[in-house]
Design a protein around this ligand. Sequence first.
Ligand SMILES: [Zn+2]
Length: 374
Amino acid sequence: MSRTFTVTARDGAARAGILRTAHGAVRTPVFMPVGTKATVKSVDPDELRALGAQLVLGNTYHLHLRPGEELIAELGGLHAFMGWDGPILTDSGGFQVFSLRATLLAADDDGVTFRSVYDGRRERFTPELTARIQALLGSDVAMCLDICPPAGVSRAELGEAVRRTTLWAQRQRDLPRAPGQLRFAITQGGLDEELRRRSSEELVPLDFDGYGIGGLSVGEERGPMFEATTRAASFLPEDKPRYFMGIGDPEGIVEVIARGVDMFDCVLPTRTARTGSALTWEGRLNLRNARFARDPGPLDPGCGCPACGRFSRAYLRHLVNQQEILGLRLLSLHNLRFLIDLVDSARQAIERGELLRWKEDALSRLASTGLETT
Ligand SMILES: [Zn+2]
């Protein structure tokens, strides 16, 4: 039994639970806003709290290169540095290193060499270094360095990623941590059932505090990805949290919760805001569309965010068209609130034992208009 994580309700494969961290408890399922460079773009930590955000992501790759973990540690760690006293999860940087393929120089059993996206300098990540960076940042959850291949690679390459990810997880298992820091391993294997099973069977006996499901949502078709998620979740222990890395569209969130995933993150709410779009129960609204020019209504009538409480679609459209900073901020606040509310609603449905009905209703509402896809 894990005292770190308690499942409080089940409905089919889905679960509701509580993850206990050094900076407070997190109710799951939980959507985690991404604060890549120690900031959720344009959103103040007090605003994050007011939106109902429970746990924020930081990015090891970017914070290591700018401004550096030593500087952040000198200033009291990542919580103090960014003014957020709630739980923080840091990724390991592996996803950035392996997804920025043009900057990848070489990978071997010891680590991976790449060029910095900031200045082109040669850099190297090893399991030991990324664990040390995360210990200095002082995050509540540290992720193991893994190998995340893109979709469509050969089975041999997927198998090699699984082998090396296990090798690295073994080396990271007992490295020094920040006080109370939890450490999650990440299973790989892409869509391949046998490799995913092997990855899980190698990592689960190491008894990490939780498990990431990696190597999905990397460019493959959605149907097979969700089927692989069902299997990947089923290979993981019931009493440990499961984190699907990199999904954040409303439909995707609903699907992975139903498959037994507890945690997920995505830059989608703030990235979507930067394109002038809002996530709503009518689908995704592109505010550049002329049909909003005289629309006096809120983005989403059921939403309690600062944008919906005071401003019309017409005004938000004006801000977006004039590239005003307030437009970006208000859309970011709204999009984050929308996903946080969506996940709250899913959790309540799990607690009532009505997730399937809730899911069907949610997916049909989200698809009901579908006027815009951008
Ligand atoms: Zn809103």
